[in-house]
Write a protein of this length. Structure first.
Ligand code: ZN
Length: 225
């Protein structure tokens, strides 16, 4: 989605944490530069921000920060922008014919709010009903981590995890709930330490009340939907 080039409109869109698309908005030339070239450029950008703020970059404590932050952006917290980092989707045949719901809960989520570049920290709960294909349990954690390592909107992260698992498992019957704290809400702005945000995406059979209820019972969330 594109909106008019109006700073106030962009500001309020970001402050209200409204995402514009279920795909991460990446340019076509996003991987024209190598990681090393990106780190070199971002290092200078971070130094510029710090110098603009009036910090003395010759101080031993600050001297290495631009390079450290640049490496962290490219290789760690935004490393999931690169499709090459996507966990490979090795699946197995469901030999034991387990046709019930499989739930993986309390998967750690470390992500970054794309509107403020501050951390989003929480838990993801995933469920699927196998149609004959299963994935290794750790694969679900890796998929969450891959999509979390991007500038994100929590709703988009939830949808991306479900879509990826629907692809990998070749079934629509996948659901994900994420319960997370946004440090941009908890530490600044309205400064509400206690609040967290719950997002959910229910595919296939999980759109049915009974199946959804079973999933919610398993993860024992008393959230009302
Ligand atoms: Zn934010």
């Amino acid at each position: 989605m594109k909106i008019e080039n109006n700073i106030e409109e962009y500001d309020s869109l970001g402050d209200n944490h409204i995402g514009t698309s279920s795909n991460t908005p990446l340019r076509n030339d996003a991987f024209r530069l190598s990681n090393e070239e990106k780190i070199d450029i971002i290092k200078d950008d971070v130094r510029h921000i710090m110098e603009t703020l009036g910090l003395d970059l010759t101080d031993d404590s600050l001297n290495g920060t631009p390079n450290r932050v640049a490496k962290m952006f490219v290789k760690e917290i935004f490393g999931g922008l690169n499709p090459k980092k996507k966990p490979n989707a090795s699946t197995f045949e469901n030999k034991y014919k387990y046709g019930e719901m499989l739930v993986e809960k309390n998967i750690t989520v470390y992500s970054t709010c794309e509107h403020h570049l501050l951390p989003i920290v929480g838990r993801a709960h995933i469920a699927y009903i196998s149609n004959g294909t299963v994935v290794g349990l750790s694969k679900m954690n890796r998929i969450v981590d891959y999509f979390a390592k991007r500038p994100q909107v929590q709703e988009r992260l939830t949808i991306q995890v479900v879509k990826e698992l629907q692809d990998v498992l070749d079934t629509q019957d996948v659901a994900c709930i994420i319960d997370a704290k946004h440090l941009c809400v908890n530490s600044r702005g309205i400064r509400d330490i206690e609040s967290s945000t719950v997002t959910s995406e229910f595919g296939g059979k999980f759109k049915e009340e009974a199946t959804r209820r079973e999933f919610l019972d398993y993860i024992k969330l008393d959230t009302k939907f």
